[in-house]
Design a protein around this ligand. Structure first.
Ligand SMILES: O=C(O)COP(=O)(O)O
Ligand SMILES: [Mg+2]
Length: 232
């Protein structure tokens, strides 16, 4: 269950930057529904959920290019596909999505420890904010940044550095909590410690192969590690 589980009891943490899709909310159903409606509008073949799960994580633009390629459609369909996807996603946002077990209690425990909290996702801000509000998560976060908030997205370190700046914290004391190699690579490059959850989307790859400080099965497990609990 744990990789270097003791590291959190040794690291001083002032803040956490928490990823959204695959970490706090299981949004695969939303992605699948919006993409299938988009493909139907374009007269293209449908996609299965497992394939979508391997393609999410790098923002809407990447996802749509990948899906068009997956169904054998030319990339010239991209502008129309993007417009239809935006339309459908905004319409169904949150309808096929559920908060993972342990998220609310985990975020509460982080706040009780005095950690400052930011949400940083590659999801467009216009999708992320209503989703957090709808799922009762918005109130935990001082700042929320989507994939369009900065010049570059995760795995680039820029969004993490900008989020630390917004929180007024140093990267070395700001924990990244995510579900994929995007989050881990961005954290390593920014100099943030990083913990990954075991249950999200990692481009179809085993999350334990990613270079991270720890892998946890829930956000409550993460806060137990931070309290120095012995797990293993
Ligand atoms: O929308 C995506 O591509 C994934 O977003 P995430 O950064 O919250 O995992
Ligand atoms: Mg994610």
């Amino acid at each position: 269950m744990n990789v270097n589980a003791s590291f959190l009891s040794r690291v001083d943490v002032d803040a956490a930057i928490v990823d959204l899709d695959g970490t706090m909310v299981d949004t695969l159903g939303d992605f699948v529904a919006a993409l299938r409606a988009m493909l139907a509008d374009l007269g293209l073949p449908t996609v299965d959920a497992a394939a979508v799960g391997r393609m999410v994580g790098k923002g809407s633009e990447h996802l749509i290019h990948a899906v068009l390629h997956h169904v054998g459609a030319p990339d010239t369909r991209y502008p129309q596909a993007y417009a239809r996807y935006q339309h459908h996603y905004l319409g169904i946002n949150g309808r096929h999505a559920t908060v993972y077990d342990g998220v609310i209690a985990g975020l509460q425990a982080m706040r009780e420890r005095g950690w400052r909290l930011a949400c940083l996702t590659n999801k467009p801000t216009a999708f992320a904010r209503p989703l957090l509000a709808q799922k009762g998560l918005a109130g935990f976060f001082e700042v929320v940044f989507g994939g369009d908030a900065f010049e570059r997205k995760k795995p680039d370190p820029l969004p993490l550095l900008k989020t630390c700046e917004a929180l007024g914290t140093t990267p070395a004391r700001t924990l990244m909590v995510g579900d994929s190699s995007n989050d881990a690579q961005a954290a390593r490059a920014a100099g943030c410690p990083v913990v990954l959850v075991s249950y999200g989307y990692n481009h179809g790859q085993p999350v334990r192969q990613v270079d991270a400080d720890a892998v946890v099965d829930s956000l409550t497990e993460l806060t137990e590690l931070a309290d120095g609990a012995t797990l293993g």
